[in-house]
Design a protein around this ligand. Structure first.
Ligand code: ADP
Ligand code: LRH
Length: 501
C-alpha cells in the first residue's frame, strides 16, 4: 500500500541525480518502508570562462526538467519535489527577476586572500561569533566581498540573492525563498539569533536588501509554474524546501538510533566530519579548531568540519582520463589495495590540494618536499590519498571529541564515498572503532524524508531516521585487532601528525 511518492533532486559537485521515493506501509506493526528508484543521473562540471570558474546552471535546470518529465512518463506520480545542492553558491537576480550571469563555482579563484583580508578588517573572533563557520575560502561572505572589491556590475544591479537550490526552485516555480540550512553556509547569518547580520553586510559593502528571510526545512513553497507544466506535460506538483544543503539532507538520513550523541562523515567530494547538536558552539576553542556550526533539519545544529575528501581522487582520476586511462573509481581502489601501507602520506587539508588541475604533480611535490618516497603509480597515489584521509579523520574526530566532551563509540559514514571500501576499512582501523555505513544516496534520501515530514508522514528526525534504518540495511567495518598492524598504524599516525598544512 503506497502512502506517498516524492521526487528528490540531489546535486553534488561531481554529479546530479533524480530519485523517486515511495513510502509503502509495513506489514502489521512494522514501520513504513521507503523504496528508492533512480530515474536520472548527469555529470556536473566546473566550466572555466576567462579567469573564472562557473556552474552551468541552465544545463542543470534542463536536467531537472528531463527528470520531471521522465518521472511522469514512467508512471510515478510524485506529489512533491525537493532540491538539495552543495553549499555556499548563489545566483543574483535583477529587478525583473532575471538571472545576472552564470553563478560562480565555489572554487573560483576570486576568493584568494579574502579570508585574511576580512580577518584583518573585522577580526577573526568577531567573524566567528557572527557567522560560526570554518574559515573556508568559498564561504558566501568571501565570494560577495571579492565581487564587491572588483566592482562587480552584477552585484550593483542585483535585487535578490538566491542560493543554488532556491535558484533552481525559483526557475521551476517562480517563488523566491531562502531556505535556512543553505543560509547558514553563507557566514552572514548569526548562528545565535538565526537572523542576517545586516551590520556586518553594511560594513563590507554587501547589500543587505539581497537577502530574504530564511524559511525552515519542511516548508511547502509553491507548485510548478503553468509554463513548466505545459512544457513538460506534467501536473503542478509542489516544491518543498527540504534541508536544501546536501550535507544537511545526508545527515537527516543517518540511521542513528536512540538519543546517544553520534559522530559521522558525509563522504562525497568533501568529507564532512561532525556531530549533531541542538545549539551552536561559537567558543574560542571551536574557532581555533576551525569547526563550522551549520544549521540542520528539524532545529538541529551540526558541529562539523570540511575535510578535503574525495575531491583529490576525483581530480587524479580526471587527469588519468586525460592521459587515456579508463579506470573507474572501483578499479583505482583495487590498485591501492595491492600497494604497501603508509609509504607516503599527505595532509589532505593543505591548501595545495584545493584548486582544480595538476593534482598528481602536487601530491608528488608534497611528498618530495616532506622527504617521503614520491608515489608514481596509480595504485601508490591512490593508497597515499586514501590512507592520508583516514588519518586525517582520526585527527579531526579527536578534535570534535575534545569540543563536545564526549567519546564516540564509532563513526557513521554515508554518501557516495562509502563505495570506497578501502577507505571505510582504513577509517575503522585508524580510529580503532567500528565504522557503520548508511545509504550511498543519503542526501537524496534525507531530501525525501523532509518532504515526508511536510506531507505529514513523519513527525520528526527520529522517526524519519527509523524509516531509513528499516528500509536500507547498513554495513559495518571493524578495526584491525592485529598487533603488528596496529603498531604500524600508530607509527604512521605519528608521522602524519608531523606533516605541515
Ligand atoms: P558529490 O555528491 O559530492 O558529487 P558523491 O556522494 O556522489 O559526491 O561521491 C562521489 C565520490 O564517491 C567520488 O569522488 C568517488 O571517490 C566515490 N565513488 C563513487 N563510486 C565509487 C566506487 N564504485 N568505488 C569507490 N568509490 C566510489
Ligand atoms: C558538500 C558541500 C559542503 C560544503 C561544500 C561547498 O557537497 O555542501 O558541505 O561546504 O559542498
Amino acid at each position: 500500500n503506497k502512502l506517498a511518492s516524492v521526487l528528490a533532486f540531489d546535486l553534488g559537485a561531481s554529479s546530479g541525480r533524480a530519485l523517486i521515493g515511495e513510502l509503502v506501509s509495513g506489514n502489521g506493526d512494522e514501520l513504513p518502508k521507503l523504496k528508492v528508484t533512480e530515474i536520472h543521473r548527469f555529470p556536473n562540471d566546473a566550466i572555466a570562462v576567462g579567469s573564472h570558474l562557473h556552474w552551468d546552471i541552465l544545463r542543470l535546470l534542463q536536467e531537472l526538467k528531463i527528470a520531471i518529465r521522465r518521472a511522469f512518463q514512467e508512471g510515478y506520480e510524485p506529489q512533491t519535489f525537493g532540491i538539495d545542492t552543495w553549499g555556499v553558491d548563489f545566483g543574483l537576480l535583477d529587478s525583473n527577476g532575471e538571472l545576472l550571469g552564470n553563478p560562480y563555482h565555489y572554487r573560483d579563484p576570486q576568493t584568494e586572500g579574502v579570508i585574511e583580508e576580512l580577518a584583518a578588517a573585522i577580526g577573526k573572533e568577531s567573524l566567528y561569533e557572527q557567522g560560526g563557520l570554518q574559515f573556508m575560502p568559498f564561504n558566501t561572505i568571501n565570494q560577495l566581498y571579492a565581487m564587491k572589491k572588483s566592482g562587480s556590475p552584477k552585484l550593483e544591479a542585483a535585487q535578490t540573492l538566491l542560493l543554488t537550490p532556491d535558484l533552481l526552485t525559483y526557475f521551476l516555480t517562480g517563488a523566491k525563498v531562502c531556505e535556512f540550512t543553505m543560509a547558514t553556509t553563507t557566514q552572514l547569518l548569526s548562528p545565535l539569533t538565526q537572523a542576517w547580520n545586516v551590520e556586518l553586510m553594511e560594513r563590507l559593502g554587501i547589500p543587505s536588501k539581497l537577502f530574504l528571510d530564511p524559511i525552515k526545512p519542511g516548508t511547502r513553497i509553491a507548485p510548478l509554474t503553468a509554463a513548466v507544466c505545459t512544457e513538460l506535460d506534467v501536473p503542478p506538483i509542489e516544491a518543498v524546501a527540504v534541508a536544501t544543503h546536501d550535507t544537511e539532507s545526508a545527515i537527516a538520513a543517518i540511521p542513528a538510533k536512540g538519543d546517544e550523541p553520534f559522530a559521522y562523515i558525509v563522504s562525497g567530494t568533501w568529507s564532512l566530519l561532525g556531530s549533531e547538536l541542538h545549539d551552536p558552539i561559537v567558543t574560542p576553542e571551536a574557532m581555533s579548531l576551525d569547526f563550522s556550526n551549520e544549521g540542520g533539519a528539524c532545529d538541529t545544529y551540526q558541529l562539523i568540519k570540511n575535510i578535503m575528501g574525495l575531491w583529490i581522487i576525483q581530480e587524479c582520476k580526471r587527469e588519468w582520463e586525460e592521459q587515456s586511462s579508463n579506470l573507474g573509481f572501483a578499479e583505482l581502489v583495487e590498485l591501492a589495495r595491492q600497494e604497501l601501507p603508509f609509504r607516503s602520506l599527505i595532509q589532505p587539508d593543505n591548501r595545495l590540494f584545493y584548486a582544480p588541475g595538476g593534482m598528481i604533480g602536487r601530491i608528488q611535490d608534497y611528498c618530495s618536499k616532506t622527504n617521503q618516497p614520491v608515489p608514481q603509480t596509480k595504485g601508490q597515489i591512490m593508497r597515499c590519498v586514501i590512507e592520508s584521509l583516514s588519518l586525517r579523520y582520526r585527527q579531526v574526530l579527536g578534535q570534535l571529541e575534545s569540543l563536545v566532551g564526549h567519546t564516540f563509540s564509532g563513526l557513521y559514514m554515508v554518501g557516495g564515498g562509502i563505495q570506497n571500501e578501502l577507505l571505510c576499512q582504513f577509517t575503522a582501523d585508524a580510529i580503532g572503532r567500528p565504522v557503520w555505513t548508511g545509504p550511498v544516496e543519503a542526501s537524496a534520501i534525507g531530501n525525501m524524508l523532509l518532504q515526508l515530514v511536510s506531507l505529514g508522514h513523519c513527525t520528526d528526525l527520529k522517526e524519519a531516521r527509523s524509516v531509513v534504518a528499516t528500509s536500507f540495511p547498513g554495513g559495518v567495518y571493524l578495526p584491525s585487532e592485529e598487533p603488528a598492524e596496529i603498531a604500524q598504524l600508530e607509527a604512521a599516525y605519528e608521522r602524519f601528525n608531523q606533516l605541515h598544512f
